[in-house]
Design a protein around this ligand. Structure first.
Ligand code: FES
Length: 334
């Protein structure tokens, strides 16, 4: 039977199905509960059971000591309720609430999605997870203290593998390495999560999402997260690229349009013959479709010049400046 969980001090409530842990059920319900390993080993998810009872499951003794248990603490990634419960937990409401970690990771897959776009999936060590907000980025730590920033393209609930979209940049050492030398099982080091580009869930405004090229990566993460938490706000996606190949996950965007009611407007700046869709600059397609942006929230990711133009032109059409969120670092080489 499903038990009811109440979080304190927020008062948030959610049910827990039989086979779910408190953490899984809370994340599924869209609440940002803190976690690290999801495996009973790190203690990052530890909180107090104020009322009710739980089965501690596979909590490891060093992460949940006998003294912890005696004072009502539990590891929410392992614990399952055996009655209705009230939990004391610090919910994450901002990027600053999430610890930034340096972690090794292994290349799990390399998929050439377009001639100049590689989709990279990375696996963290068994006892590690990287908690993040949809849309944030990580930095690869390279030799000579160099770093390269890339957005996370997966949503936090699907964190078995971290997904990165890498565009080949002429003369870019790291991206050249990805395309010509990187192989499965290579070990890399990343630091994250970083950045303040994430879905603001406390708003009711309709959302305009604008991606340029591989700026699609964090936008994909935002949409997958929004669908996972059952967001009710209207969303519309604009994705611009030079040519059709640049819309490298076009079928995914079309599926969201068909199955989830998220209209998708592809825009090509240098279209091939036969292209019947929109042409020009992607942010200008948004302007052409909206006489007044004052009621919207906009999430924009792409080249710096595109983000700057979008900020200037969207705010000129009434978008409040603090409803404009942009991530330029994930796309352009630093
Ligand atoms: S998330 Fe690491 S112990 Fe629960």
């Amino acid at each position: 039977m499903a038990y009811q969980v109440t979080l304190q001090p927020s008062g948030h409530q959610f049910p827990v199905a039989d086979d779910k842990t408190l953490l899984e059920a809370g994340l599924d319900a869209g609440f940002n509960l803190p976690y690290g390993c999801k495996n009973g080993a790190c203690g990052a998810c530890k909180g107090k059971v104020l009322t009710g009872t739980v089965d501690h499951g596979a909590a490891q003794d060093h992460a949940l000591t006998a003294a912890d248990r005696a004072t009502g603490m539990a590891l929410f990634c392992c614990a399952k309720p055996t009655s209705d419960v009230t939990l004391e937990v610090r919910e994450i409401s901002a990027a600053r609430d999430i610890p930034v970690k340096i972690l090794p990771c292994r290349v799990q897959s390399l998929e050439l999605a377009a001639p100049d776009v590689m989709i990279l999936k990375l696996k963290l060590p068994t006892n590690e997870r990287m908690q993040f907000l949809a849309g944030q980025y990580v930095e690869f730590l390279l030799a000579d203290n160099k770093r390269r920033a890339f957005s996370l393209a997966n949503a936090p609930h699907a964190d078995d593998l971290l997904e990165i979209h890498v565009r080949r940049v002429a003369g870019g050492n790291f991206t050249e390495h990805v395309f010509t030398q990187m192989k499965l099982k290579d070990i890399l080091r990343i630091e994250g999560p970083l950045g303040t580009f994430f879905l603001r869930e406390d708003s009711k405004k309709p959302i305009i999402l604008v991606a340029g090229g591989t700026g699609f990566a964090p936008i994909k993460g935002l949409i997958e997260h929004a669908l996972h938490i059952g967001i009710q706000r209207p969303m519309k996606l604009y994705w611009g690229a030079k040519d059709r190949a640049g819309l490298y996950l076009n079928s995914q965007a079309e599926r969201w349009a068909a199955e989830n009611g998220i209209p998708f407007v592809p825009v090509l700046s240098e279209p091939e013959a036969g292209w019947a869709g929109r042409t020009g600059l992607v942010h200008e397609a948004v302007l052409a479709d909206h006489a007044d942006l004052s009621a919207y929230q906009a999430y924009v990711c792409g080249a710096p010049v595109m983000c700057e133009a979008a900020l200037k032109d969207f705010t000129a059409k009434g978008l409040p400046k603090d409803e404009f969120f942009a991530d330029v670092f994930s796309y352009a080489p630093k």
